[in-house]
Ligand binder design. Structure first.
Ligand code: ADP
Length: 302
């Protein structure tokens, strides 16, 4: 069972800049981990430190108790990495692209042939094997990239925004594949599409300004903010008044001129008819965000 341990990782870009990753420590074991955070939180930088593509200014990445710098090729043999918005070789066919990647990863031809057939089948791309990459939809391209990351049967799989730019059905496909292959692996997924990891993550890590601000099992982190999210039912006219008083999470529908609004508040909003809300990971994310940005409300009813 792979164990990945990050010990006080620091990465600064340029001289004396605010660190993109700031004394980040965490232990990852078997299962899916969701790394959540706004743009610029440091997710991609952290993943690149983990994959060894970027060297930290301080701190160490340990894989099964050994420094990854010392493990070198042995570490890379266990690693699969799907970077964000990777350039595809548009004039390659799916099969040619995967053979090319397999060669880079040191797979023998026969081994590559078997593995590629297996992965194309797993991701529903068998019929597309001979098709040029440039003719594929965004979702199919993402699946090809996932196949490329899986060629060496990695024990540690790092995925950076694997569902970026996909429609809901394509996102669901990718999510299901990840879930199917996740057993016996450590899978770390950076995303800001929370529903993509909501049901499959063993643990979630909320990252802001290069640090973990909250982490744990989804039910544990939800429990931490359970008493801070309220559902308020108000008239459309009262919305503006409410949004001036509280950060608003979301508006969830209008019936007979009454709208359901989620607000963040340490105590139940007294001036309104309010009830504790059924909290989701998205609420946790927005709650943490509200702690750092004083005004979340946009003042507009969609
Ligand atoms: P995320 O993936 O969460 O959006 P990033 O790791 O891409 O965050 O970025 C974290 C911070 O580091 C941001 O402030 C970003 O502007 C900065 N940054 C990222 N890459 C570079 C780079 N190559 N050079 C300079 N600054 C960078």
């Amino acid at each position: 069972m792979p164990v990945l341990e990050l010990d006080q990782l620091v990465k600064r870009y340029g001289k004396n800049k605010v660190p993109a990753v700031d004394h980040f420590s965490y232990r990852f074991e078997n299962g899916v981990y969701g790394l959540l955070g706004p743009n610029g939180a440091g997710k991609t930088t952290l993943l690149r430190l983990i994959t060894g593509g970027l060297l930290p200014d301080a701190g160490t990445v340990f894989y099964n108790g050994q420094d990854i710098d010392e493990l070198g090729a042995m570490y890379r043999a266990d690693l699969g990495y799907m970077p964000q918005q990777q350039q595809l070789y548009d004039t390659f066919s799916v099969r040619r692209f995967l053979f090319y990647f397999a060669a880079l990863k040191g797979l023998k031809k026969k081994e590559a042939k078997e593995k590629i057939a297996e992965l194309l089948s797993l991701t529903g791309l068998t019929k597309k094997a001979g098709v040029l990459l440039k003719t594929l939809s965004g979702g199919m391209k993402q699946r090809v990239l996932l196949c490329a990351a899986l060629l060496n049967d990695p024990k540690l799989l790092i995925l950076d925004e694997p569902t970026a730019g996909l429609d809901p059905k394509e996102r669901m496909h990718i999510k299901n594949y990840i879930y199917r292959i996740a057993c016996e692996k450590t899978v770390l997924i950076a995303t800001h599409v929370i529903p993509d990891i909501e049901q499959i993550a063993r643990e979630v890590l909320f990252m802001q300004h290069g640090r973990v601000v909250l982490s744990g099992r989804p039910d544990e982190v939800i429990k931490k903010v359970q008493d801070k999210i309220f559902e308020v039912v108000i008239s459309r006219n009262a919305y503006e008044h409410l949004s001036e008083m509280y950060p608003i999470n979301r508006v969830s529908g209008e019936r007979e001129d009454r709208i359901h609004v989620r607000v963040i508040s340490d105590a139940p909003p007294t001036a309104f008819e309010a009830a504790p809300a059924d909290v989701s990971l998205e609420d946790v994310y927005l709650y943490l965000d509200s702690l750092t940005s004083p005004s979340m409300q946009d003042g507009a009813v969609p």
